[in-house]
Design a protein around this ligand. Structure first.
Ligand code: NAI
Length: 259
């Protein structure tokens, strides 16, 4: 039987690094045809060559005109878009007051407005193919996490957006999935501003996953058209606690952070 991904066109943003790159690699192994996007031209060129991408595009996902042109180019090169995996994002940990307002603002722009732009512009093409739209939240979406103020706020908003889109697009059979991983060892996480007292904690809640584990979950999630795409058990537990035992969740968070 032919692979479900074979010959189908997928756009992966944030494809030059970490999770996006691992997803692109996993899709390529399954025979998908790729349009890879990132703002890091050098990393993107290396990824595109390594993965034999049909198309690659250096762009900033907050640039609406560039995203419009990118989607048009991707349709042209791929023939059709069967899925968009939007992994581009940024993180800058730090106490709320210590992080300059312009950095908070950039995180809101890239993570939230970038997601709105990519989703809004790609969706008409996904409707044409009953395709998949996969967005990236984070376990930081579930409960406000110290040192992740702007990042966590964007991820909570992305989870909320995904819930809305899932309902709005049900009739057109567009699959909406949202991934909310815990810590993942990538250049983002391993950078000085990817670390925090939470990530450095010895708590079992501070487990670090691999980008390959996320990629495997995402590919499976697309295949099964899952809404919540889980990577391991810990994020599920954090989600459950934050929803049904919010005060306990807050107490665990505070204790983990204080060490
Ligand atoms: P990464 O930093 O390794 O890769 C992100 C990629 O996005 C980079 O190649 C970067 O150049 C690109 N990018 C950033 N801003 C961009 C922009 N404005 N336009 C175009 N490209 C841009 O990060 P990682 O860890 O692979 O993150 C992927 C996604 O997973 C992000 O949305 C992140 O928030 C999310 N995530 C990551 C976790 C982690 O611990 N690494 C945990 C939970 C979620």
């Amino acid at each position: 039987m032919a692979d479900a991904f074979s010959g189908k066109g997928y756009v992966v943003t944030g494809a030059a690094s970490g999770i996006g790159l691992a997803i692109a690699r996993a899709l390529q192994k399954r025979g998908a045809r790729l349009s890879l996007w990132d703002q890091n031209a050098q990393g993107l060129a290396a990824a595109a060559t390594q993965l034999n991408a049909v198309h690659s595009l250096t762009l900033d996902v907050t640039d609406v005109h560039a995203v419009q042109a990118g989607v048009a180019e991707a349709v042209d090169k791929l023939g059709a878009i069967h899925g968009v995996i939007h992994a581009a994002g940024i993180l800058h940990t730090g106490l709320f007051e210590d992080v300059p307002l312009k950095i908070h603002r950039r995180i809101l722009e890239v993570n939230l407005l970038g997601t709105f732009a990519v989703a809004h512009i790609a969706v008409p093409h996904l409707k044409a193919r009953r395709g998949s739209l996969v967005l990236f939240g984070s376990a930081a979406a579930f409960y406000g996490s110290p040192e992740y103020s702007s990042y966590g706020a964007t991820k909570a908003a992305i989870l909320n957006l995904a819930q809305t889109l899932r309902i709005e697009f049900a009739a057109s059979q567009v699959h909406v999935g949202v991934v909310n991983p815990l810590f993942v060892s990538t250049p983002m996480f391993n950078a000085p501003h990817g670390q925090s007292r939470l990530s450095a904690s010895k708590s079992p809640f501070a487990h670090v996953y691999t980008a390959e584990q996320v990629a495997e979950a995402v590919v499976r999630g697309i295949e099964r058209r899952q809404f919540m795409i889980w990577v391991g058990l810990r994020p599920r537990l954090i989600f459950w606690l934050s929803r049904y035992a919010s005060l306990i969740s807050g107490a665990i968070m505070a204790r983990t952070w204080r060490g």
